[in-house]
Design a protein around this ligand. Structure first.
Ligand code: NAP
Ligand code: MG
Length: 495
């Protein structure tokens, strides 16, 4: 396995070990408790920043500020102005994109090629939401009541949004919450997992987004996150994270029956038929899991391969995995960075042992990487498990690491039932050159996205989200805006 060397970095202006405050009502403030937490580079263990640690009291302050803004000046801001604010923010994000990419890499370990590669998506999202800000509209609806009575609908912002995001793609995840909130005229309190979104918050202020519209309160899930999701002043929670936390969010939302949207985890099937273009399917299936070290919610971790080509195909995927360059994400040659934390390393290593105990065979990987330059970080070798059976834990549970569970199948009907036999339903992949088969399988899979002869294609205009325990609600596309809007019916008797 090739190991890339960490290149010496000039200290990042936003990850130089200094102290970062939280943003409430347009002001950078300390936590009311005075508490702070540290964030470290998962590739090297270096201290990146000390961050103000928000808890319930800071959430109270932020929600109050978001409420004042929502009911006050922000409610008078016209769609065209909200559009301009988002376009300004997009320009600032574009101007500072290299710095933001490096910050995401430092923060959670992803290869710089990957964080730079989110450029089109992140800018596209901000500009798409900008466009949508002036495209929101109600409808006039023909009714059947006797007499003259006219009916129409208004689309109104849902109010104060509590946004809670994970660490695996901080910039993209933040934009995915802040963008639709601004487009629809909501205000937002964002509880990120790490410090990277604070830099985005600075750019929001620079773009001229009024005080209180975007507030960022870093802190822990059990304190700040729980306070936000149970707060009676919050009208909607937009959550991305694990299904276990998602369940806690739903319970916490019951007090004021707030609106909830959930983008949760998955155990997505990626299906390779014998008639597939294997030269495309090998790297496609490998990177559907190994990208971001497997820390992607829609990773195609259950690799179903038609039995006729199983040994050859799975062997080729393992060869591909073996050649990937693992190392510090700041090295432009790195293809696989570290896992995000010691906790995540423990979790993934646990599954590597479980897989072997269950009788699966690691064709490549199967162990943490702890030698030389990798010793200070949380590195795991890209792993391909063969001989995996449907009921094994490594075929059922989300690992969130670079681990492929390769399963053999014979006929298509049996395959569909097995592919759908999971509590999740986020992504799915199909590799075939047979067009009818592609359509048939795409229709039968119970998942929010089906990728045929590709994996993880995403676009701001195309909805993304889950079936079953992968959550509800959609991000991207017009459906995303609806999650942030209320519909009001107005009746006017004209006769
Ligand atoms: P997580 O543990 O569920 O955490 C997600 C966020 O929720 C973090 O900000 C966390 O704070 C916070 N949180 C934790 N407990 C909470 C509580 N009781 N109340 C309110 N908030 C709470 O997930 P993760 O480990 O960070 O991320 C991995 C998971 O996210 C995976 O399951 C993955 O599939 C999923 N994910 C889904 C998508 C998608 O779009 N569908 C995208 C990315 C990730 P702290 O971490 O600071 O404690
Ligand atoms: Mg967590």
């Amino acid at each position: 396995m090739a190991v890339s060397q960490a290149i010496p970095i000039t200290r990042h202006p936003y990850a130089d070990g200094s102290y970062k405050k939280m943003l409430i009502d347009g002001q950078w403030v300390d936590a009311a408790s005075g508490k702070k937490f540290e964030t470290h580079n998962p590739a090297t263990g270096e201290l990146l920043a000390t961050v103000a640690e928000g808890d319930a009291e800071d959430i109270n302050r932020a929600v109050a500020a978001a409420r004042r803004a929502f009911e006050g000046p922000w409610s008078k801001v016209k769609p065209f102005e909200r559009q301009n604010l988002l376009l300004k923010l997009a320009d600032l994000v574009e101007k500072n994109f290299e710095e933001l990419s490096q910050l995401d890499t430092l923060d959670m370990g992803a290869p710089i090629s990957r964080t730079r590669g989110t450029r089109l998506r992140v800018l596209g999202m901000l500009r798409y939401y900008a466009g949508q800000a002036t495209a929101l509209h109600g409808e006039t609806i023909e009714n059947s009541l006797p007499g003259e009575i006219f009916s129409y609908t208004l689309k109104e912002p849902v109010g104060v949004v509590g946004a809670i995001i994970p660490w695996n793609s901080p910039l993209t995840a933040s934009v995915w919450k802040i963008g639709p909130a601004i487009a629809t005229g909501c205000t937002v309190v964002l509880k990120p997992a790490e410090e990277a979104p604070l830099r985005l918050a600075e750019l929001c202020m620079e773009a001229g987004i009024p005080p209180g519209v975007v507030n960022v309160v870093p802190g822990y899930g059990e304190t700040a996150g729980a306070a936000l999701s149970s707060h009676s002043g919050v009208d909607k929670v937009a959550f991305t994270g694990s299904h276990v936390t998602g369940q806690a969010i739903v319970r916490a939302s019951a007090g004021n029956l707030k609106r909830v949207s959930l983008e949760l985890g998955g155990k997505s099937p990626d299906i390779v038929f014998a008639d597939a273009d294997l030269d495309a399917a090998v790297p496609g299936a490998a990177m559907a899991v190994f990208a971001n070290s497997g820390q992607i919610c829609s990773a195609g971790t259950r690799l179903f391969v038609e039995h006729k080509i199983y040994d050859e195909f799975v062997g080729r995927v393992a060869e591909f995995g073996k050649k990937l360059q693992v190392g510090n994400g700041l090295d432009p040659n790195t293809q696989i960075g570290p896992l995000v934390s010691a906790e995540q390393m423990k979790r993934v290593s646990g599954y590597l042992s479980i897989g072997q105990q269950e009788g699966a065979k690691a064709l490549t990987g199967g162990t943490p990487l702890t030698e030389g330059a990798l010793s200070k970080g949380y590195f795991v070798a890209p792993t391909v498990f063969a001989n995996v059976q449907d009921n094994m834990r490594i075929a059922q549970e989300e690992i969130f690491g670079p681990v492929i569970s390769a399963i053999s199948f014979k006929d298509t009907d049996e395959l569909i039932a097995r592919a759908n036999a999971t509590t999740f339903g986020l992504g799915s992949g199909v590799w075939t050159t047979n067009v009818s088969k592609a359509h048939q399988v795409a229709k039968s899979l119970r998942a929010g996205s089906v990728w045929v002869n590709c994996y993880q294609a995403m676009d701001p205009a195309v909805p993304f989200g889950g079936y079953k325990m992968s959550g509800y609600g959609r991000e991207s596309g017009k459906q995303h805006l609806e999650e942030y809007l209320n519909v009001k019916a107005v009746w006017i008797k004209t006769g």
